[in-house]
Design a protein around this ligand. Structure first.
Ligand code: SF4
Ligand code: SF4
Length: 82
């Protein structure tokens, strides 16, 4: 299982990650405004049981502000082309 970290201060609220997550674990936080003036994305799967670490969200993020962690292999992946 996995989890993600979103650098919310650099997020532009585009919702691509929200739409990309097959488990719907990410939402736009309408109650928060970041330094850039956007409502940032928020991860709702902190229990660690739902996120598969598939990294689709990170791959979709144009700002490359999502880091994906997978428990089993202890791999870390940063979003973007890689
Ligand atoms: S890694 Fe996959 S399951 Fe986890 S939040 Fe991102 S898209 Fe959803
Ligand atoms: S895809 Fe990236 S920039 Fe867009 S809402 Fe998600 S974290 Fe923010």
């Amino acid at each position: 299982m996995g989890k993600i970290l979103i650098d919310a201060e650099k997020c532009k609220g585009c919702s691509y990650c929200v739409l990309s997550c097959p488990r719907q674990l990410i939402a736009i936080d309408g109650e928060r405004i970041n330094m850039l003036g956007y409502n940032p994305a928020r991860f709702n799967g902190d229990s660690g049981e739902k996120c598969t670490g598939c990294a689709l969200c990170a791959e979709m993020c144009p700002e490359v502000v999502i880091e994906v962690y997978r428990d089993k292999k202890k791999q870390k992946e940063k979003g973007g082309a890689g």
